[in-house]
Each structure stands twice: as structure tokens, then as C-alpha cells.
Design a protein. Sequence first.
Length: 368
Amino acid sequence: MIPLAKPDLRQEDIEKAVSVLRSGMLVQGENVSALEESLSQFTGVEYCSLCSSGTAALHLALKGLGIGNGDGVIVPAFTFPASANVVELLGAETILCDVSFDDFIITPESLEECIKASGDNLKAVMVVHEFGCSVKIKEILEICRKHGLLLIEDAACALGAIADGHHVGFYSDAACFSFHPRKAVTCGEGGAVFTHKKDLDNRIRVLRNHGMHYVDGGIDFIEAGFNYRLTDFQAALIHGQLKRFPDELKRRALLAEIYFSFLKECPHLNLPNNTMGHSWQSFMVVLDNNVDRSSIIKQMGQKGVQSNLGAQALNCLQYFSKKYNFKDTDFPEATRLFYSGLVIPLYGSMTENDIKFISSTLKELLKS
Ligand SMILES: Cc1ncc(COP(=O)(O)O)c(C=O)c1O
């Protein structure tokens, strides 16, 4: 079976992790600090705090920025539910904004509309660089500043993505990344918060470690925190992957190009539009409404190719639709992408023949 994703974990990465395991120093330690520094250099964002997952990163960023009870946070309607779950867990209000059908992300225009329709409690905007496709971050930042709103990037899928000339995370108040195995760099579970704000980084470090603060050679607990630390052996798994990552990014861009050339005339299938600065964490196509996606996923599986839906339309999920009385029709683009999006395999060690095989299989199925 050609899987949707395959981690680029090599013998040398595993040996690094094993040597940490042998040392007995398992919790957050020197590998975590070294990786935070390498990631800051890689992204060009001054401060990086590693943590236990992308969801933990979002929770820390929002809490660190002071989002709480009753605050309104705009979230794209099409994303993984973790983006909005953290808003809910902080007692804040999720305000959905529809995305563009062509590239699955929010646009400055849709954001402006959404802000106009929001109440006085609006405090922050969370954008999602879905599947590694970056939003127009400078324009979006300008809109946020004009309205006095914080800007958070859910960049869970977007390590390596470029927005307006910089690595994603450069322009906003805080940006959150995931190292889950579906992402291009992984340690099983893991995450990171990036920011240029020293105070915010300090607070996140306190929050991820039970609220613990080091003072005068001792410790004190200065607020109610979490245990969201990353272990040192997980951090050790990432060093080598990060060094190889520029090559992985080039390879993914090449493989995506091949999908584009083979699928451009495929019937009943729509390709993504925006490839600028894309990191190609996943490749999602959108099937026409009349195509039975479950049947395509099943038949692809029978031919040895894994495929799946892309992300969720939050307005269609039980929790959000019940709480906020959302309907499927409220966010038509997100709803369409939820029901008709199809993610097909993409990872650096795939061959060009794999891509040709997947494309011709999909074409055959969509013809019949
Ligand atoms: C857009 C988005 N945000 C957040 C997350 C959560 O990341 P994690 O699984 O590391 O908690 C994911 C995970 O897939 C995601 O795709």
C-alpha cells in the first residue's frame, strides 16, 4: 500500500534518540534547547518553545496571549478541529470564517467580511496555512492591526512554507507547528510555538512546565500551568530531519509538479490553485459534487493507494453545530471541501512512478 505519508526517519536519527534513552536523561533537556535554537535559525523567528503537540502549542499560544472567557476568536471553517478546540477550552467563542475553494485558506476579503459581522468581543484571528499553503499574511496582519486584533498562525502543517518573503510565523504574534507523523518532520507527537515577543515566550515556557518559574536560584509556581513538555529523546529524533529538510521540501515541490502535470486533464477533479511558497505537507484535490468519494477511497485502497478526506468543516461537526447553531450552508466552501476533498499520498521518498501510478489509477476511476 502506498501510504498518505511516510516519516523520513533514518538509522542515524534513531541512534541519536537511543543514545538519549541510554543516558537516562529523558525529560526536556539539552536536545530540546538545541532544537529550539536550530528551529529559530531555520524559520528566522527569534523565540521557539517546543512542546508536546501542535494542539498544546495552540493552547499555550492562546493562553499566553491572554485569550480567555468570552473573547471572540476567528478560525477558518475548514481546518482540523484542534484549531478551534483550544479556543473552546479557554472559554472563548469560536467565530468561523469561510475559506477559498481554490486553495482552502482564508483570504483578506473573507476575513474583512467576517470581522464586520463579528461582535465587540472579537479579540484575535487565527489563520491556518492548510496543508502548507500560506495565507496572504501581510495583508491579513494589516487588517488585524487596523481592528486591534491579535494574529495567531496555526502552521501545524506548514514547516518550510513561505509567506510574503519569510518563513510562516515571521509576521504574527505567535505561530504554532506540529511534529505529528503526518507532518514532514516528526517525532511521534510534538509541537512548537514561535514568536518575536520575549515576554510571550517567557510566559509560554512557564505555562508548559506547571507554571514553574526560576527565581534567585530557586523555583516558584507563578500561575496554573500545564505539563506540555517535549521529551529529550523526541527532540533528538528531529535534528537530522531538520538538516535534510531543505532537500525534502524541494523533492515534495517536484512531486507536486508531477501530480499537476498528470492530473490537469482528469475528469471530475479540481486541483489546488495556489502553489506560491507551498510546503506540500499534503496534496488535496477536490472531486466534483456528483462523485461518490467513499467509493473512490475504497477502490483506491483496493489498488494499493491510501487516500482520505482532507480536513473538517467545523460547522458540520456535532459539537460546533449544536453549540453555535451552524448549518452546512453557512460556510459553503468549507462544507464542499469537507465532503469532496481527497488527500492522496505525498512524501519525499515516493518515486515519480508512484505519482504516475496514483494519477492514472484516479483518472481511470473517475472516468468510469
Ligand atoms: C491545522 C492543524 N492544526 C492543529 C493540529 C493539531 O496538531 P497535533 O496533532 O500535533 O496536536 C493539526 C493536526 O493535524 C492540524 O492539521
